[in-house]
Structure formats: structure tokens, C-alpha cells
Design a protein around this ligand. Sequence first.
Ligand code: ADP
Ligand code: MG
Length: 728
Amino acid sequence: MVQGNVRQTAIAAISEVKPVGGVVDYEARDLNEVFGEHVFNDAVQRARLPAQVYKNLRETIQAGKELDPAIANSVALAMRDWALEHGASHYTHWFQPMTGSTAEKHDSFVTPTDTGEVMTKFSGSDLVRGEPDASSFPSGGLRATFEARGYTAWDPSSPAFILDNPNGATLVIPTMFLSWTGEALDKKTPLLRSMDALSKQAIRVLRVFGNKTAKQVLTTVGAEQEYFLIDKRFYLNRPDLVCTGRTLFGAKPSKGQELDDNYFGAIHERALSYMAEVEYELLRLGVPIKTRHNEVAPGQYELAPTFETSNLATDHQMMTMEVMTRLAGKHGFACLLHEKPFAGINGSGKHNNWSISSDEGENLLNPGDTPHANAQFLLFCAATVRAVHRYAGLLRVSVCGAGNDHRLGANEAPPAIISVFLGEQLSDVFAQLEAGAAQSSKTAESIEVGVSMLPKLPRDAGDRNRTSPFAFTGNKFEFRAVGSSQNVSGANTVLNAAIAESLDFAATRLEADIAAGKDLNVAVQELLTEMIAEFKPVLFDGDNYSAEWHAEAERRGLPNLRSTVDCVPLATSPESIELFGKYKVYSGRELHSRQKILLENYATQISIEAETASMMAHTMILPAALKYQTDVATAVNGAKAAGVEDAAQLALLEDIVSTSGAFRQAAVDLDAAKGAEAPEDALACAKYQHDTIIPAMNKLRELGDKLEMLTDSNYWPLPTYSEMLFIR
Ligand code: ADP
Ligand code: MG
């Protein structure tokens, strides 16, 4: 019974595993042909749509013009034919409800006719609007008081694609998800609204700088995805990983990440063949994956795409997580997207690289080489920093969650204090601007807007200040607090709205100054000086992990919102309602509903963790410890019967008895805590989980991990940290 426990069986099987190959072969297939072959993209649209319909659709996509309903039928027809040629039998409206994942309900193209035959049917109305039975999606109370129904609405700016399956294929149509009263029930709708808001204000600023031709300003996103791969055989023997995505028990391994030998190391062959297939699948779906490498922790990796417009980047990011999860099983892995699968080992984040560019292709956060470009760049850059300073609390809300709470502030990810890293040279430029305009005559060192050139700003490569939550990296900002499992739309919605407000502020001022006859450069210089003085406290280039910074940040009045329960109340603060209301990103009701969902999700996640921890304690860990205790007791008794007594052996028995006793008591205490009646109010309920349940789980874990180090390994039912992180 001891021989061949689940761990030993798993290890024996893993030692025989070979990398799974045979799918990707770029010698046989041209990369160009592979890229986007499963996407109803621009080229396919041009080839298949009548010229006028194509033109109309492009205008809708590019200029955000309302779609002419008359063309929907024509697009639907072309889309259907294309999908059927790709083996699709079904179509689905694909959306991003507030669950955090994506949702799809498949409908067949096939419809029976009166004559007992079937035909394929897919009309414009099937394309444009769907009505999934959506009553089970979280609405945070939005649908209780209004209609129970929700509907999906086609988003033409994100192209439809084919989802392949060993038994057929499905046409997937990206959509928004709304209530019948027009309130957003999803994560895409507010993102699109925020992009619109930012575009309007950014265009005003561009006009001030003399640009008369740009029609739209787009936000761009490239989200780097960190993740862990562990062998599936281990994963399936860890109920905590299966049910909660993270390990609730597990003693510290003898080797962790101390040697720093994993980062950028040679990629393990099995992992590499997995990555290659993930990338191949994503390339077919038109998702441009660019980079792959080992991350800091053992078993941890990263993949990064080439950036795209926020909306498309977000959809592609969701597809990326889905493909990663789906293909892992085929390669005998489990892909862990949780922010903190292993205590004491680095967690995973999603660095959200962000910039703004005009529809003419000009990156507005690119310093450029002329004084004119400098002034415009400095203003967009300052507007971004001002927004981060003013709305740091809301940015913190946008990345909150039970999983990410483990990461932010755990000396490995940026802290919960939101600050901005500009790098030495740009900091210096800002310092000069602040001082410069304050003096009547400028010193030789000070930057003068419209006259001076900026020094070349270096790109922050590799390791340079990885501790900052919001870093300027040469021609974009990188928001690093986003969690690895999170949909990036939340963070980008807040960013866009907050920056729209700053651009609005700047445009309003400059328009008035110019109307009053002030010189543009003088006006910009004065405005920058004022803005810098205001947002200066948020600038910090030092070590964000240090205790000194935490004390300093407090002196500067920067919020330090450590946990989800600390920050979520800000979602409905007057500043939040004012900001999102003014730019029509979230209504007050939408904010209240989202706040409720955040709190409910948090409480539910912790309570699932508590249930799982309790189950594992009672049915897996305690039985193993007690079996070993019996062995030791038998040995001690046997020795005693033979006339030998050893104090150290007795001490071992005492240790096991007292630890397993205390462990059982901790499990009983956790049971009592989770059995107590939960408070009605969503915030109170989440706080109860945070203040009472989490400490009870921590106590249980501490004793459980001690038992792991005491108990005969042959009895131990849970794959250990060393096994999961190092054996593959
Ligand atoms: P770094 O070395 O600073 O990490 P990379 O060039 O490796 O920069 O890019 C990291 C990520 O940032 C990639 O996903 C990339 O596509 C993205 N990125 C680059 N430029 C932009 C931009 N203008 N807007 C948004 N994301 C960008
Ligand atoms: Mg980076």
C-alpha cells in the first residue's frame, strides 16, 4: 500500500514523457500563410465583400462610424460562406462577462425547412445581435431591477475567427454584452467607451499643436503574460490547484529560486514544444506572439505579443489565455495563470504596455527629434503622469482581486503603492521644466519648450527598475500591477478614462490661452510647470520594495491600498462617479454593480479556498500524519518493550502528536469560522473573509507545512513544491 503512492506513480510516468511534436512545421508551411488563416480579416473582407459593403464596413471599423444595417446581411453571407469553407458547423457570439473569463453559446448554421430538409442560415440579424440566456451571469444587481435579459452586440472592430476542434469548427464573433437598457454587463463595452473618450480629448490636444488631419487617436496595448507550467499528473493530485488555482499547502522546497538560474535560461524541451504549438495556434488566429522566455521562478515562463489597438489586444489576450490553457493538457501540462500559485515563489503578472497613437501612425509618447515634437510629447507624457497621480486609487481597484492581493506588496511584484518611474533623463527634463518656467530668465540647463531638443531617452531594457508599478519605457508606459489571470480591459479602461480627463484639462487650458493670444510654447511651458508641481509626489525612480519608500510614500500622501477590501470602496467614490460619468465610461449604476461583483467574487473565491483547505486537511493531510504517528508510536513502544528508550525518538513522537493535534484544531477552527453566518452586506462579507477566514487558513497552512516536513514521504499524498517546480 505504501509502494506506488500517487506521487511516485506520477514521477515514474513523467520520466518516460517525450515532447509532443508533429503539429508545427514551418518548412512545410509558410509563416505568411499561417498568420491569420483562421481570421475573417481585412484581406478576406476585401476579397469577399462587394466593394461598397467593404468600404462601409472599413469606415465603421476605422472611424467608429455607426454600422449601416443594410450591409449586415451582406457581411453575414460572406462570413458564413467563409466559415463553412473552414469546416464550421456552428457560430457563436463571444463575450467577456463579469466572471473574468469569456463566454460562448454555439448555434448551428443548419436550420430545418418545411420540406423535411435542412439549409444553412445566418442572417445580418444573427450577426449583429444575439440573445443568450444570460440570467446566470453576474450583473451586480443591474438586471434584478430591470429586464432579466441581456443581449450581445457585434463588435466589427475585432474580426471574427474560427475555433478549431478535433470534431469540427465554430465561427466566433466578438461581441459586447449589454442589458436591454443599454447598461454594460461586460468588460469590452467600457473599454470601447474609454477609448472613445480618450480619442476625443487627444484630438483636441493635437489640434492645439496644429494637427488638422488626424481623425482618431488610438490606445495601444501589448500585454506580457507570465505563467507556470507543471506536469498535469501532479496538478490532478492537487485539489487546491484544481479548485482554486493556487496551492493552499506546501512546505518550502530545499531549492527555490535562490540561485536565479531560471531567468532567461535554456527552455526545457517539453515546455518549448508546448510554447511552439501555442504560438502556432495563436498565429493562425491572427495573434502576433513575439517573445518567449523563462521567467524568474522555476517552472515559470513568459510570452509577449506585438502590441495592437487596446480592444483587439484585449480580445487577443483572452484568446491567448484560452489557447494556453487548452493546449497544456495535450502536452501533459497544466498551465497555471493564477497570480500566486506557490507561496514563497515569485508570482505571475501581466505587464500592460500602453501607449497612444494617432490614426496617422504617430506614437504620441515617442519623444521625437524636433523641439515641436518634444513639446507635444511632453504634454502627453505629463498628462499620463498627472492621471496616474490623481487616479492612483482607481488604478489599484482595476487590478484588485483575491489572487493579485498575494502579489502586490510581496516584494517581487510592484507594491500596492502606485508611483511612476520616468528614468533619469526624463526625470531631469521634468525637474528642469518645473524650475525653468518659474524663473524669469532661464538658465542654460533648463529645457525650454519649443526651442530645446530633448536628450535621447534610453529604453528601459531588461532588469532596469522592475520594481516600479508604472514605468516609462522609452516610447510607452508599462503598468505592471495587472495580475496574470486578469482581463486587461479593466486596467486599460481606467487608464484611458483618467488620461482623457487630463487631456481635457490640458486642451481646455491651452485652447483658452491661445484664444487669449498667448504663444503656444509659452502656454505649454507654463502648463507643464504647473502640472509637474501637482503630480511630483507620484514620481519615484528608486527601489519600490524598500521600507524607506513605503514610509516616504506615506509622507507624500500616496495611497497604499494593500488589499481588495481596502480599495474596492473607491470604485463608487465621488471622484470615480464624476470621472467615469463625465466621459460616459461607466454610469453610477454600472459602478455600483461592478463594485458589488468585485466584492462577491472576492468573497466567493476565499470561501472556495477555505472549503478546499478544510477538505484537504481532514481527508488528506491529517490521515497521512496519523498513519506516520502510528508507525512512530509502534517503533517507540517496540523499542521500549525491548528495554531501549531514547529521548529523541520520544520527542519526535511528541512533535508529531502535538503538531497533528494542533493541525486538527486549526481545521476545526477554520470550519467554525466559515460556518458562521456571513454578513449580508457585500463589503462586510468580503471583510469577514479577509479578516477572519484568511488568517484561519494561514494558521492551518503553517501547521500543515510543518507536518509535511515531519511525515514519512511515502505517506504524503500531495505532490511537493520541489516535485511540481522541478520535475518535468
Ligand atoms: P521592453 O524591452 O521595454 O519590455 P519590448 O519592445 O520588448 O519592450 O516590448 C514589450 C511589450 O511592449 C511588447 O508586447 C510590445 O509589443 C509592447 N509595446 C511596444 N511598443 C508599444 C506601444 N507603442 N504601445 C503598446 N505596447 C507596446
Ligand atoms: Mg517589459
